[in-house]
Design a protein around this ligand. Structure first.
Ligand code: ADP
Length: 520
């Protein structure tokens, strides 16, 4: 948008923005009594908005009208003109017809539909001087028509006449109807053209998007393959008793091999996260359908995370999980979703904190009938069930919630944290550990968890009273999963859970260290 400075800015400086609304704009009746640049009642000058994309025309018209004491503001395209007119409420609008985007006719018609601008004189200023051009401008809603090239001597008089209320008209009713029909046909054609354009752009966007996700999925897979090999060979060496040193003895060959294995594993997790988020985005997450034993799954997550963070002093409580029914779903994917949520609970809870994972079956009642809070208050705080009024949730559900006594989440971020690549912390604190306090990752964990749970017909959302590193308000992540009892769901199904993060895709690189089962 091109916007010129205004003459008389100094005088106008004392005029508040609020005064420049409807009250600040003079009516046509007032305009009849004064020259273009005469003082308005509000003490300002006649303000003219010039919609024109030709700098030479803007310069010329501005010079002429400003020398008459008017303020001229210019914009170069239709959408900016609409914005500016609504904001500034000018006394008059000069409209070039051949502008980009919405043309001058369309902008005029749109301006006329704005109540506050209905009476503002709009005058077409255009080089289109063929038969019918004047009529077209009038039909679109212009008060009149000033042909280009502009006659600088006549311009102030022409402007004055329009400010005084001059309104040209198409005389013959028959002619008027003809132009109206022509105009509406033109609008419909333009609309059709624009819709086609949009559809083409949309298709192109989808094509590029698909190429992008195909590339990411393929690249992360390809990158993972050599990593698996490095990890495998490192493991072989680690298992070799002839390798000197111990994993704790800094600088020893065994210590170095251990670090290589860990780094490889972390890289492989990163590739998995990226791949999974791309699969979710592309709606290509294929789920296995098998019986899932949630107690076994959650216990495995907790044990695995305990093994990864031996230095953390955290207390775990698991409750109600044994009573949960066997549900149908993809064990590995669900393991990953829960793993991401629980590892966050660990990461954002300082040492000495508590984690509680509770499960309950919400039988046939449907979510609508749930009380506002249920399941007990975490660490003495009231937990509220929000945002789950959803008619689709009218089947038996498993409700699992993960409570922590950590730093909490600011209310305005509670939804955003599920966006991909969203991290709340300063990235300077980024830490590759999955359990270190505030060891933020790539910002994909919750996006992946939500994608997996939603693909199962479930939901996930967070509750927290806010973020406070001192008072530690904690967070609660709620997970809802439909039970969907299938023919095999009564029995205990296969539940070979990944031992470490990174095994979820079945392209596992194995277990990280011999520090399994160490206390968190
Ligand atoms: P990352 O992989 O970086 O951990 P996530 O998508 O898992 O990313 O989480 C996004 C953000 O949500 C984190 O950076 C963190 O700020 C916030 N968050 C997630 N879980 C918790 C929690 N239990 N307590 C406090 N903040 C959390």
């Amino acid at each position: 948008m091109r916007e010129r400075g205004r003459q008389g800015e100094g005088e106008k400086g004392s005029r508040g923005a609020g005064e420049r609304g409807r009250e600040g704009r003079m009516s046509n009746e007032e305009a009849v009594e004064r020259a273009p640049g005469a003082e308005t009642k509000a003490g300002g000058r006649t303000r003219i908005l010039y919609v024109e994309d030709d700098p030479a025309s803007v310069a010329l018209v501005s010079r002429v009208l400003e020398s008459e004491g008017c303020e001229v503001t210019s914009v170069a395209d239709g959408l900016c003109a609409l914005e500016m007119a609504k904001r500034e409420m000018p006394d008059m609008i000069l409209m070039d017809i051949n502008i980009s985007g919405l043309d001058g006719y369309e902008v005029t018609t749109r301006l006329r539909s704005i109540e506050e601008l209905r009476d503002v004189p709009i005058v077409a200023v255009t080089a289109a001087t063929l038969k019918g051009d004047r009529e077209r401008a009038l039909i679109a809603g212009c008060n009149g028509y000033i042909p280009k090239p502009i006659d600088v001597d006549r311009l102030p008089h022409q402007i004055r006449a329009f400010l005084r209320g001059l309104k040209e008209e198409v005389k013959s009713q028959e002619e008027k109807t003809g132009y109206l029909v022509e105009y509406s046909r033109k609008l419909v054609n333009r609309l059709e053209h624009k819709i086609r354009e949009l559809e083409r752009a949309q298709a192109e966007l989808q094509r590029v998007e698909k190429m992008k996700s195909d590339f990411i999925i393929l690249a992360s897979h390809e990158l993972r393959t050599p990593l698996t090999s490095i990890y495998g060979h490192a493991q072989l060496l680690i298992q070799n008793p002839e390798i000197a040193g111990s994993p704790e003895e800094e600088g020893s060959p065994r210590y170095l091999l251990q670090r290589i294995a860990e780094a490889t594993q972390r890289l492989s997790q990163v590739f998995d996260e990226i791949r999974n988020v791309s699969l979710i985005d592309a709606d290509r997450l294929h789920l296995a359908e098998e019986p899932v034993v949630l107690k076994a799954l959650i216990t495995s997550v907790v044990e695995n995370l305990k093994s990864l963070g031996p230095g953390r002093d955290l207390e775990f409580e698991l409750k109600g999980l044994a009573e949960l029914p066997v549900i149908r779903g993809d064990t590995r994917r669900l393991h990953q979703a829960v793993w991401n949520v629980v590892s966050n609970a660990i990461k954002y809870t300082p040492d000495g904190g508590r984690l509680r994972i509770v499960g309950e079956l919400i039988a046939e009642c449907g979510m609508r009938n749930l009380p506002e809070s249920f399941g007990g208050a975490p660490f003495g705080k009231v937990r509220r069930i929000a945002d789950i009024e959803d008619a689709s949730l009218q089947e038996p559900m498993v409700h699992i919630w993960v409570e922590d006594s950590g730093v909490g989440i600011p209310p305005e971020e509670r939804e955003r944290i599920f966006n991909r690549f969203y991290v709340l912390e300063n990235t300077i604190r980024h830490h590759s550990s999955k359990t270190a306090f505030k060891g933020g990752g790539l910002g994909l964990g919750l996006a992946v968890a939500r994608g997996i749970l939603e693909a199962h017909g479930g939901k996930i959302w967070a509750e927290s009273e806010g973020y406070d590193e001192e008072s530690l308000p904690g967070s609660t992540f709620h997970i809802l999963l439909p039970v969907r009892r299938g023919p095999h769901s009564s029995g205990v199904g296969p539940h070979t859970f990944p031992k470490v993060a990174g095994e979820y895709t079945g392209e596992s690189v194995g277990h990280l260290s011999g520090r399994k089962n160490a206390g968190v």
